[in-house]
Design a protein around this ligand. Structure first.
Ligand code: ADP
Ligand code: ZN
Ligand code: MG
Length: 483
């Protein structure tokens, strides 16, 4: 029987912390400003400059660590990681090594149920950015932008607990959702605010020892992450099956070629000559601070999901959609329900019309819409529909106007004369007109094609611009035809 192989994956994730200023100086962390406009002796690595730790960076690190069930280390140590690169002016990166901020957490993936151990979370500074393209002299020179130099990061290191590319993707998505919901990170992978490296190995099924791993870098989208890991798994299996050996190395995912390429042979920790940072004291965190941060922690996405099912009876699919569109829609939905609308109807509006109206709009769409149409205003619209004052079609039309102008539903219905027509007198003329105009449909209905009634109802609705009560129209048409 041919040997079956089992993939093993561990992830290392770098997340920029949402502080206003850098981790060891007062320079701005703002993204997208002209190159080299946020620099000072500290983050440019000038000799003699002294780092001062940013308290908010530590606090955000603690928040992330708590959400991942880690133990917060009340004493941790900054260390120098020495290496040479043009975007690293000091010649070392200040990171944490032997004693990190947090250890021993875990995160379970709600799709597969896999429980992924978190080895550690540590604080460190980001490096600058080398720019190899986009300048007139790019064929001769590379340029360096130090705006990112010294931006605070956490690195989250997982145990080798994932067993498929899908698991790894799902871990990264879940982690992103948590970090974003805690306002620890903005989740922007294109701008490099959230980056993932994957460690991949395979072993024959049944073998206990782990195989030799490679590290795949440049995984800046969920799709690339999954594809790159899948490719790397298959590559390793092929090497082993043809009698070869895996070399421990760093590989780069080449998007255009759809494969991984060797970048460098893997360096060992001793190559970095880590040693404790002499310019920074021990990082001490008081129990009080830990407790304070714990109290300020918002509900985590996984708990929100459970609550949405238990309190409102939403289906798993609805919960997935609601939390995916934008977490702030959760609060919106709950407010609509609080304004006395049944959860079933409220969720249909949130995932239907509301989401449709969000799609065409810019930036913080939820914020804009909830200012124009606060949950209570939507609840009022739903009540107009519920009481039969307006028809379903009209309700959608009114909602769109509300999103555009911020007027109330009552106001729009009144001004535009949109109230539902549901008196027999007001409808009978139109009904008769439609009947005389569409003899064929009438005879079809008479000869047993009951579907023809739908067409006739549609015609009346069209003639009344959607205002007629469709149920009543249906009744009137039947009566008139059946005599
Ligand atoms: P290194 O010494 O190369 O930095 P570590 O033991 O510190 O390796 O682990 C780094 C990452 O690689 C962690 O996410 C860990 O889970 C993962 N990892 C370690 N060994 C393996 C392996 N054999 N296969 C897959 N992932 C692994
Ligand atoms: Zn600075
Ligand atoms: Mg390591």
């Amino acid at each position: 029987m041919p040997t079956e192989f089992e993939p093993i994956i561990g992830l290392e994730i770098h997340a920029q912390l949402l502080t206003r200023t850098k981790i060891f100086c007062g320079c701005s962390t703002k993204f997208g400003t002209p190159p080299n406009t946020h620099g000072c002796p500290v983050c440019l690595g000038l000799p003699g400059a002294l780092p001062v730790l940013n308290r908010s960076a530590v606090e955000l690190g603690i928040r992330a660590a708590m959400a991942l069930d880690c133990q917060i280390e009340l004493e941790s140590v900054f260390a120098r990681k020495n290496y040479f690169y043009p975007d690293l002016p000091k010649g070392y990166q200040i990171s944490q090594y032997e004693l990190p901020l947090a250890t021993g957490g875990h995160l379970s993936l709600h799709e597969s149920g896999t429980d992924v151990g978190i080895t550690r979370i540590h604080l460190e500074e980001d490096a600058g950015k080398s720019l190899h393209e986009g300048f007139p002299d790019s064929d001769l020179k590379s340029h360096v932008d130090f705006n990112r130099s010294g931006v605070p990061l956490i690195e989250v290191v997982t145990e080798p607990d994932m067993r498929s590319a899908t698991d790894a993707k799902s871990f990264f998505m879940t982690l992103r959702e948590i970090l974003v919901s805690l306002a620890v990170n903005n989740g922007n992978m294109e701008e490099g605010s959230l980056r993932c490296d994957a460690n991949v190995s395979v072993r024959p099924v049944g073998q206990l020892a782990l195989g030799v791993k490679t590290e795949v870098k440049n995984l800046n989208s969920f799709r690339f992450l999954e594809r790159a890991i899948e490719h790397e798994i298959n590559r390793q299996i092929e090497v082993l099956k043809s009698g070869g050996q895996i070399t421990q190395e760093t590989r780069l995912w080449d998007t255009s070629a759809d494969r991984t390429l060797v970048m460098r042979s893997k360096e060992e920790a001793h190559d970095y000559r880590y040693f404790p940072e002499p310019d920074l004291p021990l990082l001490r965190i008081s129990e009080d601070w830990v407790n304070e941060v714990r109290r300020s922690l918002p509900e985590l996405p996984s708990a929100t999901r459970v609550r949405l099912v238990e309190n409102y009876g939403l289906t798993a699919e609805q919960v997935e959609q609601l939390t995916r569109v934008k977490p702030s829609l959760v609060t919106y939905f709950e407010e609509v329900v609080k304004a006395d609308v049944s959860p079933k109807i409220a969720i249909n509006w949130c995932l239907g019309e509301l989401t449709r109206n969000l799609n065409g709009r810019q930036v913080d769409k939820v914020k804009v819409i909830s200012q124009r149409v606060p949950p209570v205003a939507l609840a009022k619209l739903i009540k107009l529909l519920d009481s039969g004052t307006i028809s379903g079609t009209i309700a959608k039309e009114v909602f769109e106007k509300m999103c555009g102008t911020g007027e109330s539903a009552e106001m729009i219905v009144e001004r535009d004369g949109l109230a539902q027509i549901d008196s027999v007198e007001m409808l009978s003329d139109t009904v008769n007109e439609i009947l005389t105009q569409h003899h064929d449909a009438v005879s079809q209905y008479r000869s047993g094609k009951s579907g023809a009634i739908g067409f006739l109802v549609g015609q009346v609705m069209k003639a009344t611009r959607g205002k007629a009560n469709p149920k009543l129209v249906n009744e009137l048409l039947r009566k008139a035809i059946e005599g």
